[in-house]
Structure formats: C-alpha cells, structure tokens
Write a protein that binds this ligand. Structure first.
Ligand code: HEC
Ligand code: HEC
Ligand code: HEC
Ligand code: HEC
Ligand code: HEC
Length: 281
C-alpha cells in the first residue's frame, strides 16, 4: 500500500473536511465532470440518488482502511484469476495496493456504497455489472498484468522492456516500484478518456515501457489505412482509426482481452489480402 508523505495526507484531510472551494482547488478538482463522480450530480449512467458528496465513495477523513491515502472502501476479499504467459518474466500474484481498491468497485462483486466508514452509510445497492462499460470482473488473465515489481533486474531479463528509470513522469509506479492500475489511470482526471494518464495514440503509452526492436519501421507502425466497418466498433472509444495511430491497440486491447486480434485481413482494411486468403481456402 502506498504510504503518502504527511503533507499529502494533510492536504487530503483539508480537502475532505473544508468547504467546497478548498476541495475544487486540490487533487480531486477535475473529478466532478467524470464517471467517478458517483454522487447525484455525476454525468455518468451510474450514480447514487440522494448522495451529494463525491470524495467519500473512495476517501474518508477518519478511520480509514487502509490508512493512506485515507481509503474508504471495503475489501471484497475476491480471488482473482491473474495474467500468466510463457514469455512473461515477472511473477504475478493477487492484486495489491491501490489496484485492490479499484477492483473493489470494478470487479462488480460488491456495491459502490460498501464504504469502510459506516456511521453515516451511503444508501443503495448499485454495483457495476457485466453489462456496464466499466466492468473488469474477477478474471484479470486477459488484462494487462498488474501488481508486480517493474525493476531494473526485470528489464535486464526482458530486453523488450525499457529500464524503469527511464519511465516518463506521467506513468508512476507505486512506492514499491510496482505497476498498478494507477500507473496508467488517474481516477481523478478523465481529460484523455478512460482516465488515462497518457494519450496512447501511435502506442505512445505502451512504447514508454515496451521496446520492440524494429517496431518504428514496421507496417503496423506506419500504415495509414483506416480500420472500417464492423472493425471500427472495437475502437469506438478513440477518435483516430488508422492502423498506425491505433498501433499496439490494433491487436492488443486492455480490458477486453490483452490480445484480441482484429481480423483486419478479412477485407475490412486490406481488400487485396482478402483475395489472397480466399484463394488459399
Ligand atoms: C473513484 C475513487 C476516487 C474518488 C471518488 C476520489 N479519489 Fe482521490 N484518490 C483515489 C486514488 C486511487 C488515489 C491514489 C492515487 C495514486 O496512488 O496514484 C487518490 C489520492 C488522492 C489524493 C492524494 C494525492 C494524489 O493525487 O495522489 C488526494 C489529495 C485526493 N485523492 C483527493 C480527492 C478529492 C478531493 C476527491 C473528491 C473531489 C477525491 N480524491 C475523490 C481515488 C479516488
Ligand atoms: C467507488 C467505486 C469505484 C472505485 C473505487 C473506482 N471506480 Fe472506476 N468507475 C466507477 C464507476 C461506477 C464507473 C462508471 C462505469 C460505467 O459507466 O460503466 C467507473 C469508470 C471507470 C473508467 C471508465 C470506463 C469507461 O467506460 O470509460 C475507468 C477507466 C475506471 N473507472 C478506472 C478506475 C481505476 C483505475 C480505479 C482505481 C484507481 C477506479 N476506477 C476506482 C467506480 C469506481
Ligand atoms: C498498462 C496500462 C494499464 C493498466 C496497468 C491498467 N489499464 Fe485499464 N486501460 C488501459 C487502456 C490503454 C485502456 C483503454 C481502452 C482499451 O485499450 O481497451 C484501459 C481501459 C480501462 C477501462 C475501460 C474499459 C472499457 O472497455 O471501456 C477500465 C474500467 C479500466 N481500464 C480499469 C482498469 C483497472 C481497474 C486496472 C487495474 C486492475 C487497470 N485498468 C489497469 C490501460 C491500463
Ligand atoms: C508502465 C509501463 C508499461 C506500460 C505503460 C505498458 N506496459 Fe505492458 N508490460 C510492462 C511490463 C514491465 C511487463 C512485464 C514484462 C515481463 O515480465 O517480462 C508488461 C507485460 C505486458 C504483456 C504481457 C507480456 C508477456 O510476455 O506475456 C503485454 C501483452 C503487454 N504488456 C502489452 C502492453 C500494451 C499493449 C500496452 C499499451 C496499452 C502496455 N503493455 C503498456 C510494462 C508496461
Ligand atoms: C499485428 C498485431 C499486433 C500488433 C500491432 C502488436 N502486437 Fe504485440 N503481439 C501480437 C501477437 C500475435 C503476439 C503473440 C501472442 C502469443 O504468442 O500468445 C504478441 C505478443 C506481444 C507481447 C508478449 C511478448 C512477446 O514478445 O511475445 C508483448 C509484450 C506485446 N505483444 C506488446 C506489443 C506492443 C507494446 C505493441 C505496440 C508497440 C504491439 N505488441 C503491437 C500481435 C500484435
């Protein structure tokens, strides 16, 4: 669990206890117009009627569990199916740190209102269900691996990842040097969509950590063709549609399946390749 230095905790305490103008001036300022505003004023489809406070779904000024950063979520105690593969060098265990807190809503097992501090409980039983866009579920084996140490030793074993000392400031590891949900997502800020910390156009975010030799000159990094028709629906969340802009996301989707091949060669992107595949069947 991340241990916040005292000043940060104090700021949070201030934010949670003082008037709203103080609140908007701090870290949570931009959360108001996002799906993480679960109060009655929230813009998203999932919110709690009658609840006016925003921060308390995740933070509490008193009796927090665990203490930093003043968390107010119950631990659902879920067992997760984690990512595994033959090529992966890091060992993946059960989720730790802030990832557990994200999952306490996003695995869909307990209600959004299951907060730790119960003296003034939030009413309602709404949870994220499999039908919702934000559902991650308990199967993490098809999502990007999390809760493992991204160390210099790991980069020495796997030449296709960069040395973690070179990571851009936008992609923070936790205080134990682990990749968590919060490495790629900032729960307070949805300016880039999907609460992402970095725009992933041309695979910029992926290639901040992954270093595939020959990638930059490959056809998947340079092709201007647009994915079209039914294929487009897979990327309805982004404004760009070309193979080179989608880059890694042409083939790898994060929360869907880390590898969901797009079937570009069925003619939806390159019709000549469709003819080739027809001839060969
Ligand atoms: C959906 C859950 C969620 C909500 C709602 C939320 N926060 Fe947070 N907050 C987090 C997480 C997760 C962290 C830890 C971030 C990290 O580890 O990078 C955090 C950390 C913080 C911090 C510590 C500094 C930082 O940014 O890392 C402050 C300050 C803060 N939140 C303020 C607020 C305020 C104010 C509100 C209400 C307007 C709010 N938060 C609402 C999830 C939330
Ligand atoms: C208190 C419950 C709660 C917590 C804790 C929480 N979220 Fe969410 N989050 C939600 C809800 C509800 C939505 C809206 C889901 C929907 O509309 O399908 C959402 C939406 C999102 C989305 C956008 C999905 C979309 O459709 O655009 C992302 C990404 C996300 N959360 C990531 C996180 C991460 C990362 C954390 C931990 C740092 C976290 N959330 C913590 C409740 C929570
Ligand atoms: C390595 C970076 C990375 C990590 C780690 C990560 N995500 Fe994501 N996440 C993304 C990207 C990129 C997207 C954008 C949509 C996509 O590519 O599928 C995304 C999308 C999402 C969505 C929206 C799903 C949708 O289909 O609309 C949710 C919810 C989400 N992430 C939650 C989480 C949670 C919870 C964790 C931790 C258990 C997590 N993410 C860890 C990169 C990451
Ligand atoms: C913050 C750094 C970081 C970011 C951002 C990131 N990754 Fe990773 N990723 C890693 C590390 C570290 C590993 C573990 C490598 C190992 O253990 O061999 C990994 C593992 C993976 C794996 C599993 C590898 C295997 O051998 O099975 C895939 C697939 C993957 N990442 C794809 C992506 C994609 C696609 C993106 C962009 C959406 C992305 N990653 C963003 C750091 C990152
Ligand atoms: C044309 C589709 C395609 C594109 C584009 C693509 N990948 Fe892959 N990727 C694959 C396939 C297929 C595998 C092999 C999966 C397997 O063997 O299970 C793979 C494997 C991986 C692995 C696992 C380790 C390895 O080398 O086998 C990582 C990490 C990865 N890709 C990251 C990325 C990143 C980062 C990008 C963008 C810079 C990217 N990929 C672009 C299709 C693609």
């Amino acid at each position: 669990m991340r241990n916040y230095p005292l000043p940060s905790s104090l700021i949070l305490l201030c934010v949670l206890t003082l008037a709203s103008q103080c609140l908007y001036a701090q870290g949570g300022a931009s959360i108001v117009n996002t799906k993480h505003n679960l109060s009655v004023t929230g813009p998203g489809p999932i919110k709690i009627a009658g609840e006016t406070e925003i921060c308390k779904f995740c933070h509490t000024p008193h009796s927090a569990n665990p203490i930093a950063p003043l968390w107010n979520r119950r631990n659902p105690g879920t067992y997760y199916e984690t990512y595994s593969s033959e090529t992966m060098q890091a060992t993946i265990g059960q989720p730790t740190g802030t990832s557990r807190l994200c999952l306490s809503c996003h695995d869909g097992t307990i209600a959004l209102t299951q907060t730790y501090r119960r003296s003034k409980p939030i009413p309602g039983t709404i949870r994220i269900t499999a039908a919702d866009a934000g559902h991650v579920g308990t199967t993490l084996s098809d999502d990007h691996p999390i809760s493992f140490g991204y160390t210099t030793a790991l980069a020495a074993r796997n030449k296709q990842i960069r040395n973690p000392t070179m990571l851009p400031a936008q992609l923070p590891l936790d205080h134990q040097g682990r990749v968590q949900c919060t490495t790629c997502h900032d729960p307070h800020n949805d300016n880039l969509g999907h609460f992402l910390r970095m725009d992933n156009r041309s695979g910029r975010m992926c290639t901040s950590c992954h270093n595939h030799e020959g990638w930059n000159s490959s056809s998947h990094a340079t092709a201007a063709a647009s994915v079209s028709g039914a294929q487009r629906d897979k990327w309805d969340n982004v404004s760009y549609k070309s193979v080179r802009d989608l880059a890694c996301a042409s083939c790898h989707r994060q929360e869907d399946s880390i590898l969901s091949l797009c079937n570009c060669f069925n003619g939806s992107v390159y019709s000549d390749l469709l003819i080739v595949s027809r001839l060969s069947t």
